[in-house]
Design a protein around this ligand. Structure first.
Ligand code: ASP
Length: 341
């Protein structure tokens, strides 16, 4: 962070957490938004309803005045370290950072970096820290990698997806998109369909929705149902959820249908993938009984689970959802790195 002395940069590993905590305390005294400023964004579970609502209001403000944050973070450097492929998340963070005036460094896939020679996550982070990175945006196939990265550096770390576990900024975008479509989240019936076991966006969305008064239905073949730890978390919070195998049996009740692809690359056994492949598809026929006001979302990319014939219908909200990624990530970076209020 520009406002902080980083003399502890090269100090022993255990003191890094303490330095980060002190930084956040200094920021709080300065009257900035200490829920975001200088913080790591590792899990959507760390965010409560009022914090999310503040974020969403700022995104609405930015949508009304699209140039209002241009150049705000001039002189800062964002390191985007993507150890897994990405289209939307990488490019929207890149455009967001550039529009905020930041310089951007890093890599979009490990193939073009020393990671392909065996360099560790730790060393990669320390190296970009040495080049003056003010924040890190990290995607990694290992669950928990973003948290590990946050322990490695004093600088804020934004989790851009860690294995099958979490994708907090995608969940923020998804909540924002639903809220935009309906003007609210409370009172909605949300179906989450697909690979809920390995899909990080599905679990992050469920965590995020738990801040609102919604009814969730998890629709998936048994082998891909929502992970027990997510179901446990929801139960602890007193959130109503149910599990179904077949979209047709619940489609008429839903306000939102959030579709996800099968995470082929994360299913450890290829024979398991063969068993579930092609088990669900959302198309005009499967939505025959849906409410005309139903909105279909998808974090993208889609493979064969969401038919292109829906693109021209009022159900389709997925490209609007994807577009919201840019202003939301701009606001988030401005809140984490500067005064975005
Ligand atoms: N783009 C999302 C992710 O990174 C969804 C997906 O890949 O299926 O998790």
């Amino acid at each position: 962070m520009r406002v902080f002395c980083s003399s502890a940069k090269y100090s022993a590993e255990p003191s890094r957490r303490r330095v980060k905590r002190l930084q956040v305390e200094v920021v709080a005294q300065m009257g900035k938004d200490s829920d975001f400023l200088g913080r790591d964004i590792l899990s959507i579970r760390d965010y409560k309803r009022d914090q999310l609502e503040r974020l969403f209001h700022s995104v609405e403000d930015l949508e009304k005045s699209p140039n209002s944050l241009d150049g705000l973070l001039k002189g800062d450097l964002a390191a985007l370290l993507f150890f897994e492929p990405s289209t939307r998340t990488y490019s929207s963070f890149q455009i967001a950072a550039s529009t905020l005036g930041m310089q951007v460094t890093g890599f979009a896939s490990p193939a073009g970096s020393s990671v392909s020679k065996g360099e560790t996550l730790h060393d990669t982070i320390r190296m970009f820290e040495g080049y003056g990175a003010d924040c890190f945006v990290i995607r990694h196939p290992m669950p928990g990698a973003a948290r590990y990265a946050a322990e490695t550096t004093d600088k804020p770390v934004i989790n851009a997806g860690d294995g099958s576990r979490e994708h907090p900024t995608q969940a923020m975008i998804d909540l924002f998109a639903i809220r935009k479509a309906f003007g609210k989240l409370d009172g909605l019936k949300v179906g989450i369909l697909g690979d809920l076991k390995y899909g990080r966006t599905a679990s992050s969305l469920a965590y995020g929705l738990s801040n609102y008064d919604v009814e969730m239905t998890f629709i998936a073949p048994e082998a891909l149902q929502m992970r027990p730890e997510v179901q446990h978390f929801l139960k602890q919070k007193g959130i109503t959820s149910k599990s179904e195998k077949d979209l047709r049996s619940v489609v008429s009740e839903l306000d939102v249908l959030y579709v996800t692809r099968i995470q082929k690359e994360r299913i450890p056994d290829p024979t398991e993938f063969e068993k579930v492949k092609g088990m669900y598809q959302v198309n005009l026929e499967t939505l025959k009984e849906a409410k005309p006001s139903l909105k279909v979302l998808h974090p993208l990319p889609r493979v064969d689970e969401l038919a292109a014939e829906l693109d021209a219908t009022n159900f389709a909200d997925y490209f609007v959802q994807a577009a919201a990624g840019l202003p939301l990530r701009m606001v988030l970076m401005s809140l984490v790195l500067g005064d975005g209020s």
